[in-house]
Design a protein. Structure first.
Length: 408
């Protein structure tokens, strides 16, 4: 890459010490950067881009990290918000790669050789493997999140493009310096081709950007209608009547929830197979904490508090604290029945969409849980058009055509 101008400079030796972990002067046979070190510099730049991209993914999908928390809760049995730890690790990876890349560029500009220490090489490979594993896990377990990332680019692409233009402009000087130091025509031509190819691609990117940030108001598409996933879980305990009311206050039109059947046939709102995360079952029924949620009778479920946990451990990192009245309301939330939900939703003019959770095999309503739920809906007296039935579970029942069928 560059010929050494000597290792006498204290500044250059400090940079070389941090990069190669050697304070001694450079041996004469190592005053130039060999091809192997050039490859490692390329891997360093790749690591920086991968870690930066993974940080962007983490920030965009921050609200959906509760899916990861629930995944671990289902397999581990202990609830913990991993968002702060996740962001901390990513930030450390980006910082490490950024500092190492900055050191390499400064050494390059000072005419010093690049001799990356083996420890740095191992850490770079580990970062690449870690990010690759994260991308594979995202593809296998939460493939739908790629759609969220594509949507996010509609808002961030113009600003990312400005950053890319600034970055390629700042690189022009080191690239030009390297171009004039290289004596062989082949590497010169390759460097020039690579730089101008990347520059051309970056400057042509705006032709492919479709963003509401740079569109005329008259060209904007209609604003999409909102759906509350388990209500408004950042503002109220999930799957409660308070969450239903907060959903309406946010201007949403659909309340999405999860329905289970109690041991005596009452449909109620609950997502988890165990009650430990969202109720105080540990203190009320300490000997039944590992029982399935559907194994409790409705009389037992009514005794549980479904809101105090929300004040003790806010499930969404970074959410604003509740006001005094909201804290009192959240503290007094209980497990609602499907019938209560439907009647309250009709008053608020909200549609209801729910997932039916099949009870265990030894449950009294294991084979008729769908019929039991439909009977509750029909007997509630609410307009059937406001209820969106989960198609895969009721397709064989031919319910009333007035029901909405979001999967059809």
């Amino acid at each position: 890459m560059a010929e050494s101008r000597g290792c006498c400079s204290v500044w250059a030796r400090c940079l070389h010490c941090l990069y190669s972990c050697h304070w001694r002067k450079c041996p004469k046979d190592k005053i130039q950067t060999n091809k192997c070190e050039c490859i490692w510099f390329g891997l360093l730049f790749l690591t920086f881009l991968l870690s930066l991209g993974w940080l962007y993914i983490g920030l965009i999908l921050l609200n959906d990290l509760h899916n990861f928390n629930e995944f671990l809760f289902q397999h581990w049995g202990h609830w913990m918000d991993w968002s702060p730890a996740f962001l901390l690790v990513i930030s450390l990876l980006v910082t490490y790669a950024s500092v190492l890349l900055l050191l390499a560029l400064l050494l390059w500009l000072c005419g010093q050789p690049l001799h990356l220490h083996p420890v740095h090489k191992v850490l770079l490979l580990l970062i690449i493997l870690l990010v690759a594993a994260g991308l594979v896990g995202l593809e296998v377990q939460w493939r739908q999140e790629w759609h969220s990332l594509r949507l996010s680019l509609q808002a961030t692409a113009p600003f990312l493009h400005i950053g890319a233009v600034a970055g390629i402009t700042l690189l022009a000087w080191p690239v030009a310096d390297t171009f004039y130091r290289i004596h062989q025509r082949g590497p010169k031509f390759l460097l020039l081709l690579l730089f101008f190819g990347v520059s051309l691609a970056i400057y042509l990117v705006p032709l492919c950007i479709s963003s509401a940030c740079i569109m005329e108001p008259k060209d904007l598409p209609p604003k999409p209608e909102l759906m509350g996933h388990r209500g408004a879980p950042m503002l109220a305990p999930e799957n409660t009547l308070m969450s239903l009311r907060k959903t309406a206050e946010c201007g949403a039109v659909v309340f999405e929830t999860d329905v289970m059947i109690s041991s005596d046939g009452i449909p109620f709102l609950m997502h988890d197979e165990r009650l430990t995360r969202t109720t105080d079952v540990v203190s009320v029924f300490p000997d039944r904490v590992n029982n399935h949620s559907s194994d409790f009778s409705w009389a037992e479920l009514k005794r549980l508090n479904a809101g105090s946990w929300f004040l003790q451990r806010q499930p969404f990192w970074g959410a604003k604290p509740l006001s005094g009245p909201d804290q009192k309301e959240a503290e007094n939330q209980t497990v609602p029945t499907l019938d209560e939900l439907l009647k309250e939703a009709a008053v608020l003019n909200l549609s209801i969409m729910f997932d039916l959770r099949r009870p265990p095999r030894n449950h009294t309503y294991h084979d008729v849980f769908v019929n039991q739920t439909l009977e509750t809906v029909l007997n509630s007296g609410v307009p059937q058009a406001m209820v969106m039935l989960p198609g895969p579970q009721v397709s064989h029942l031919a319910p009333s055509p007035a029901f909405s069928r979001p999967w059809c």
